[in-house]
Design a protein. Structure first.
Length: 126
């Protein structure tokens, strides 16, 4: 993830002039699958502000998912929705980066929706 920059768009994000790395390839192939996987990583160092924000978004999704009581009963039907506090936290973390003017609660919820879809895909193949 070192030195990967992202550009935020009206509804999502994309990688900006990626350097050759495993993470860059993952984000090029399927950015939401890569974003989902990113949430499971710990102690990532040297992230650019845009990468760190996406890391925070994904980690917040995984954190809320892991606290979800219905996870053990109906895993494939679990849908994560962020609380107002979670949204406020992510809104307070918005970095100085290209396209951050697009980041708002709707943008965050849209990307959380995509993370929910990635979570569900893990159970569709079982």
């Amino acid at each position: 993830m070192d030195q990967l920059n992202f550009i935020f768009t009206k509804n999502s994000f994309h990688i900006d002039e990626a350097k050759d790395s495993a993470w860059a390839e993952l984000f090029k192939e399927n950015k939401y699958a890569a974003l989902y996987e990113l949430g499971f990583k710990n102690n990532l160092k040297g992230l650019t502000p845009s990468a760190f924000y996406l890391y925070q978004l994904s980690q917040k999704f995984i954190e809320v998912l892991s606290r979800s009581p219905e996870l053990e009963v109906a895993r494939e039907e679990t849908i994560i929705e962020l609380s107002d506090d979670d949204l406020d936290y992510l809104m307070s973390m918005i970095p100085f980066a290209i396209g951050t003017e697009y980041i708002n609660e709707r943008w965050i919820k849209n990307n959380i929706k995509h993370l929910n879809e990635q979570f569900k895909k893990g159970y569709d193949i079982l």
